[in-house]
Ligand binder design. Sequence first.
Ligand SMILES: [Zn+2]
Length: 314
Amino acid sequence: MSDSPIFPIFRFGGKKEGPALLISAGVHGDEYLPMLAVQNLIRHFENNPDEADSINGTLTLIPVVNGSAFALGNRCGEDDKDLARTCPGADDGTITEQVAAALSREIEAVDFYVDVHTGGTELSVFPLAGYVLHSDEKILEQQRNLARAFQLPFCWGTSGKLEGRSLSVARDANVPAIYIEYYGSHREASEATVGIGMDHPLVHGCLNVMRHLNLLPEEESTRISPEFVEDTRHDSGHMQICHPAPATGFYRARVKLGQRVGIGALLARITSPGSLESIEVLANRAGKVIVLRDYPRINKDDAIAVIAERYSGP
Ligand SMILES: [Zn+2]
């Protein structure tokens, strides 16, 4: 292992031929289960040096990319910039811009990339592997295969046009990449505080990707066939703009994560502190609820829910 000044970084393998895989967690400072999952992988390979040496290729693990945001326990760092909107960053910029530049270099140096997230403090996300609809059909197919290999129940392909993200850097460098989402603060409170093991879906998923890429030998196991939804609209995949709250107030969800809804379904009610009247928020598309706010207070224009809908129009 070595410590770069900007984030901790751990490297394993490199003694045998094979691809270079990067797995990162903590791009957002309030997403703890992925950080613990990556820590588990680091502990596992440090405790099993023979297995680490047998890796075909190299594995690079970053448990907490965004130390500034982690120190605050927030999505964003002390400069209030969202790292997932700041890539590729700048070495002479603010702290988040510097982290973005360092992360971008790590992404550009590998053959495959997995970035692990949760919904953080205020959102919960159905367990999914996401990827951008890359203009290169070969890379797109590699990304679909990576997403399937992680073995979460849902795979979501969205616009290749979003900028500033770790996956935008991977896209521009032609590095096949996926991001992972796995619930949010409630789940983190119940699982992360107890501690997670090697059988946790996030740890397992990373190992599954290593096996898929032949960094580790294949293992006989039961496979699930995830549901795939792809959406070609230009802003698909931008979770923070979907179903914006019409007012600041108390928030009550009226659907469940993973539920299928039709257009016009009641998603949530918002009640302002000074009134007993509630405003209804209705679904503006039909599909599966894959992101849902699970925090009792909401600001006007904050996202309430994301509904994944198949779309392949122009
Ligand atoms: Zn995140």
